[in-house]
Design a protein around this ligand. Sequence first.
Ligand code: HEM
Length: 591
Amino acid sequence: MQRQANTRTSVEPSPAEPSAQGTPPAVAVNNASTSSSTAATSRRRKDALAAPGIGPASSSPAAGPSPTLDPAAGLASLAGALQQAATRLARQVEPPPPGFPPGPPGDSAVGMLQQPLAFLERVLRQHGPLAGLLLGGERVVLVADPAAARSVLIDRGEQFTKSGTAFFPGSSLAGNGLLVSDGEVWRRQRRLANPAFRRTAVERYGQSMLASASRLLATCWRDGVAREVYADFNRLTLDITLQALFGAELAAGDAAAGLEITASIQEAFRFFAARGAAAMVLPEWVPTPDNLAFTAAVRRLDRAVLGLIAERRRELAEGPTRPPRDLLDSLLAAADEQGEGMGDRAARDEVMTLLVAGQETSAIQLSWCCAYLAHYPQVQAAAAAEVAAAAAGRPLQVADAGRLPLVEAVVLEAMRLSPPAYLVGRCASQQAVTLGGYHLPQGTTVLVSPYLLHRDPASWGPDAARFRPERWLELQQAQQAQQAQQAQQAQQARGAKEAGCSHASAASASGGSTAMSFLTGMGPNGAYIPFGAGQRNCIGAGFAMMEAVLVLASVLQQYQLQPLPGAAFPEAQPQITLRPAAVRLLLRRRV
Ligand code: HEM
């Protein structure tokens, strides 16, 4: 790829789009920690610059699941943080290394801290889709170019690792789970976890998604009332994730374990939220009241989750063979080629990772969807009509999710304009890494921006900044036409003898085309990555899509959403994720 000329069209906000807010710097997903020195550096960076996010990391695979208050480790961590601070200070006066992409002069931390989205758009406008920055003393390359993003996320994953990425939050909650691990540890865990997220497995959770949504609507929503839906969806997605993970226990009425986990995870999330809003973040080992409360919550979670794991292992070992009933069953049943499964620690880390990674991102996604529906009443009316036609007066069923192309399109379009993960981070982990003709010193953090990619007129056309879900229906039609044409060509190539098969293959090709086909690789036009891309893409994408479609369909079946009189479109409050500042909507019950 050649160096990019700095001639990109600027991204114009639509009248209804969220605008940037002043909040801490953000990166979508955590870095991993390994036992290498890169990991130590990464840990020091995290301690000094941590922000909350969808994937808090542990300090090392060997570390226990609870935050450590070990004084020696604390001192080592402090020394590391000081050394890192000195390096960052020194960089403030150094010129950029030779061959580094051009970008804004000086340190851009203040711009990024004050208005992250406006800052990202300005950098793109002024310096092009591959820009070199100094952010809080860290050398960073911002990527908004589809080919370079593909290179980082898909083609050259071994050069761009999670380990070593700056600005990731540090936390012991998710241990060394999938989000943060790297290398062989990650590969094995991902292989073991994959079956739990196959389509058939995800469909099993659909029923509890519908049940949770229906509970929320029956108990909390009323005609004529204004609700803060972001708060509602946070509780709902926690409920759904817990049901999917531990459905068996919760269904069997193990209320104590359920309540313990819910209360402790809420405490941990409160901690992350407060940390996200704080001007300065102290490492978890510093015994502040907040850190101690968080530590205690993680210990309670550990007790409850490890207890459930032990109980379930006993049941699986002693009881009759049966198909997996929930995610915990699937995780514990998984085995690698040698027939070895996850140990207790690994299973605990994956459970926590799934809770952390799947809950808030999905709540944000649902909140943005409802905000767009409320502010685009014609789209809402059409989507509600689609739901009414699919359900035909009966309660929604899981199978209906496949019959709601417009609702799916609303979800895809909301994630295009307001992607919950608006930056995805990697580290140039080898020497002499090049990107787009530039040279990246080892240790450079690369931030790929789904937010900028998703709004690029070069990929999305002149109406890139408009909320227009129909574009996904058009894309789907084009995809189906292409598949039909390919099937026809294949049939012609096989000759008239096999003509009888052609109908079947064309039908299956078009029948298989759902929203998930837009979520493979770099998306339908090479510039759509709300769930990341490549081998580290989101394992829960299918789960999240089904959850969003079924919950939105439940809402649309029962309620009409309206903005409060005179209310503008909710503003974005970018932290580690792109969350809405508030989504207060007026509910009108459909009769
Ligand atoms: C709208 C909802 C969601 C969004 C926008 C989202 C976004 C993402 C993104 C962008 C990544 C890739 C990060 C990177 O490349 O560094 C990721 C990874 C991941 N997500 Fe999600 N996610 C969502 C829901 C979920 C759900 C529901 C689960 C699980 C129940 C989940 C579990 C994970 C895990 C475990 C990873 C790490 C995968 C790996 O590295 O192998 N996510 N997610």
